[in-house]
Design a binder for this molecule. Structure first.
Ligand code: GLC
Length: 606
């Protein structure tokens, strides 16, 4: 039985707006509706039960904490991940994002983001049966599995791409094939470049197609033509097949790029939002417990639309990465300025009901600086700052920098694009350990905890990046790997160190200490409903200091000293009241509160 009562309201208008002018629409959508019904009928009983149990915004709880990892780097295979579920549970994880695990392109594959078959787990990582088994085990532990839905492009050895190369016009139309070099140049005139150094341009010449194919990312990632209703039909069904294997959250990869129009940047176009709205409706009809999470690494002004822009919003993705906040936190740390983060937090729109930001410190990608261009130019209500300098800081190229990272895709010393490196290396922890300087180690450790303290106390679902809980550092081994050596993002994709992880309870080193602190803070977060994603947030910088104050409701304050010197905060002001308990330190606060360099405090009103 199709649940078309409410969702149809969003589905059919979106589909009609996208495709009604296409002569194939009626036939394609007619057949697709039958397949949709079959997918609904095939949904396993355990997942139907989950659908029924889930109310809107079920993830809006302070114990909702995510963890992101590559399957192979974390535990070898999906079965290996299953054996490590206890580790995640113990850390307090409720949501696991496993980076792409579907059958991938042979050879280089952008860490799995070049998918060859959307219906099959990559044999190197396991099987569909292993996936269903893992999702069942996770579900039993109250952990939701998130998978990437790489829908902007397929691998160039996907069956559709192979058919296109063999001359199938039907399949050529699944992609953007352009025969005219002049048209390619006209598109390029307004297009940004995602990998300007390693994959310049947005098109790749393919002789078998006697023309160019649109490749926003690497030449082997062919952009799908979402203006073709067959692409919508095939891809939405692929998503539902994965949902029926127990995937509960889809990370909508490269969400901003789905639609192309000459003369524009081909990002964030209205039709792109219609596609997301239609996919959301499909999920709501056929797998209502499932969430969509937008990966749109775009300036903040573009982000709220990924939640939906209709009257009440919330018709597109349930979750969206807050990339501006992530980048602003790193910029604030380098410049020792709390106001950059305060300005981003103050201007962050509150997501519609049933939606939430994803807050994160690091992920498998670089820290992209361009999302902050507007703020850096002084338009965000804070004084301007220099993003090129920030990128150089994290590359360890400015005097006084403690960071051990690298610039990514930056053209020379100007035009900062992104920065690579594990959080612990970017905050200088491993350099300090190597130097044996205990004071520097302490400062670096505080910087790492400040980043996670903010992530865990902000308004959103916090996401830990694999290895940060053990303060793992950069992995230089990619430089010897034939396919990875030119892809700097592998610097922060280390293998999990299970020797360290298995010893956290007994160990006394930096890994054990970081793990213990983060586990405790995750527990404290869970115990404070004021920290639920949608609970109110106000942020400001204390006028007398460079301390960021984040208030969650009336009774919870999180304080962050972004500088390398002690700050004091008068807690007896009307804003602060006077009786506070420091939940991280486990003691009553004395006013004025002394905040150590890069110190973090969470205070609860007594
Ligand atoms: C997303 C992924 C990134 C990948 C790109 C192309 O941005 O996070 O790792 O390179 O999409 O699929």
């Amino acid at each position: 039985m199709l649940r078309f009562d409410h969702e149809e309201l969003a589905l059919m208008p979106s589909l009609r707006a996208l495709y009604a002018a296409d002569v194939r629409f009626v036939e394609v959508i007619g057949k697709w509706l039958i397949a949709l019904a079959q997918s609904i009928n095939a949904r396993p009983p355990a997942l139907r039960l989950l659908d029924e149990q889930r109310a809107s915004g079920w993830f809006d709880r302070s114990d909702m904490v995510g963890y992101c990892a590559y399957v192979d780097r974390f535990a070898g295979t999906l079965a290996g991940v299953e054996r490590r579920v206890g580790y995640l549970r113990d850390l307090g994880v409720r949501y696991l994002h496993l980076l792409p695990f579907l059958r991938t392109r042979s050879g280089d594959n952008d860490g799995g983001f070049a998918v060859r078959d959307y219906g099959e787990v990559d044999p190197a990582l396991g099987s569909n049966t292993d996936l269903a088994s893992l999702t069942a085990v996770l579900r039993a532990q109250g952990i939701s599995l998130c998978a990437d839905f790489v829908l902007n492009h397929t691998a160039d050895d996907h069956a559709w791409a192979l058919a296109a190369k063999s001359g199938s016009v039907t399949h050529q139309d699944y992609y953007h094939r352009i025969a005219d070099a002049g048209l390619v140049a006209r598109y390029e005139a307004t297009l940004p470049e995602v990998f300007p150094m390693s994959a310049p341009g947005n098109f790749t010449r393919v002789d078998a197609l006697d023309g160019w194919v649109w490749t926003t990312f690497y030449p082997y990632q062919w952009d799908l033509n979402w203006s073709n209703p067959k692409v919508f039909a095939e891809m939405s069904l692929a998503m539902l097949r994965l949902a029926n294997l127990g995937v509960e959250v889809f990370r909508i990869d490269s969400a901003a790029y789905l639609w192309k129009r000459l003369g524009t940047a081909c990002t964030n176009l209205p039709e792109c939002h219609l596609v997301l709205r239609a996919l959301r409706a499909v999920a709501a009809i056929a797998a209502p417990g499932v969430l969509l999470k937008a990966e749109a690494i775009m300036p903040m002004r573009e982000l709220p639309r990924y939640f939906g822009s209709g009257g009440r919003g919330g018709e597109e993705c349930h979750l969206a990465y807050h990339s501006s906040l992530m980048a602003a936190t790193w910029a604030g740390l380098a410049t020792q300025r709390a106001d950059i983060v305060a300005s981003v937090l103050t201007r962050s729109p509150r997501p519609p009901s049933g939606c939430a930001w994803i807050n994160y410190v690091r992920c498998h990608d670089d820290i992209g600086w361009q999302v902050l261009a507007h703020e850096a130019a002084g338009h965000g209500g804070c004084a301007p700052f220099d993003l090129d300098w920030v990128a150089r800081f994290y590359a360890g190229e400015v005097a006084g920098s403690y960071a051990q990272g690298e610039a990514f895709q930056s053209q020379g010393l100007e035009h900062a694009h992104g920065s690579n490196g594990m959080a612990a290396s970017l905050v200088g922890l491993h350099r300090a350990i190597a130097s044996g300087d205990a004071e520097q180690q302490q400062l670096a450790r505080r910087r790492l905890l400040l980043l996670y303290g903010l992530c865990l106390s902000g308004a959103g679902v916090p996401l830990l990046y694999m290895g940060d809980e053990l303060a793992l550092g950069n992995d230089e081994s990619f430089r010897l790997h034939p396919q990875r050596r030119l892809e700097g993002r592998w610097l922060h994709r280390p293998a999990m160190d299970w020797v360290l992880a298995d010893a956290v309870d007994a160990g006394d080193g930096i890994a054990a200490a970081t793990h213990a602190t983060l586990r405790r803070w995750i527990g404290l977060r869970a115990a404070h409903p004021e920290l639920a994603p949608s609970a109110p947030l106000r942020a400001w910088t204390d006028p007398g200091s460079a301390v960021l104050v984040v208030a969650r409701g009336e009774n919870f304050l999180a304080l962050f000293n972004f500088t390398d010197h002690v700050q004091t905060l008068d807690l007896r002001t009307p804003d602060h009241g006077d009786a506070w308990f420091d939940v991280l330190a486990g003691c009553r606060c004395l006013s004025p509160l002394r905040i150590e360099p890069y110190g973090t405090h969470w205070l609860v009103r007594q």
